[in-house]
Design a protein around this ligand. Structure first.
Ligand code: HEC
Length: 191
């Protein structure tokens, strides 16, 4: 009975959530002015928290923090058979071997989503090229190459991972050739 009502509650909130997506709720009434110094009222227990995708770093930081380390796991698998590798000792990572490669591929595929959320800037302060007509295709290239790497890791086959790593390199370069490799930093992120 208890479990059933939990499931119901989850379904209910999911439905409420999607209804809000379809039709934005009317703006909440402005809270009454409070005397200065009074702490803002705490939200009522159980009140829905609205959370949306949010930019936290510039494009170079996303590349250095997520794409670079995870693609290196895939590139390394070409030369060092993951079957023979133990889990990484650092931070006690228990996801070793091919599973580590699978996880890196998923991280890259998910990172593709970070390349399309609005509002990101590049390290030179220019807007990330989200609005350029070829950007979606370049991001999709990364997503496809990442999922090809995921399948290759699942197959635990060295030839497959070499192929997939090649495709991944091409996906990175296709975008870098256009938006990163410039005579100087100020020209980055422009066509
Ligand atoms: C859709 C376009 C796009 C894709 C795909 C892409 N990058 Fe980038 N990358 C950029 C741009 C643009 C910059 C420059 C960003 C800046 O200066 O803010 C960059 C910068 C970088 C940097 C930082 C370089 C520096 O100057 O510090 C690294 C590292 C990097 N990318 C790695 C990768 C890897 C690895 C992949 C593939 C797994 C990849 N990127 C895929 C567009 C892309």
């Amino acid at each position: 009975m208890r479990a059933a009502s939990v499931i119901f509650a989850l379904l209910f909130f999911t439905m409420v959530g999607s209804a809000q997506t379809a039709k934005p709720a009317a703006p909440a009434a402005k809270p009454a002015a409070k005397p200065a110094g009074q702490a803002p009222a705490k939200p009522a227990a159980g009140a829905a928290v609205r959370v949306t995708a949010k930019v936290q770093g510039n494009l170079a930081q996303v590349m250095r923090g997520i794409l670079f380390p995870n693609s290196n796991i895939i590139f390394d698998a070409q030369n060092n058979d993951p079957t023979k590798k133990k889990a990484d000792e650092q931070f006690g990572n228990p996801y070793g071997g091919w599973q580590n490669v699978e996880n890196a591929a998923i991280a890259l595929a998910e990172a593709s989503n970070l390349l399309i959320i609005p509002g990101r800037v590049c390290s030179n302060g220019k807007p990330a090229p989200n609005a350029q007509p070829d950007w979606p295709k370049l991001v999709q290239g990364l997503r496809d190459a990442s999922m090809a790497s995921y399948k290759a890791a699942q197959s635990k086959n060295m030839d497959n991972i070499v192929d997939a790593a090649g495709t991944l390199t091409e996906a990175c370069s296709a975008c870098h050739d256009k938006y990163r490799e410039k005579p100087n930093l100020s020209l980055r992120c422009t066509p």
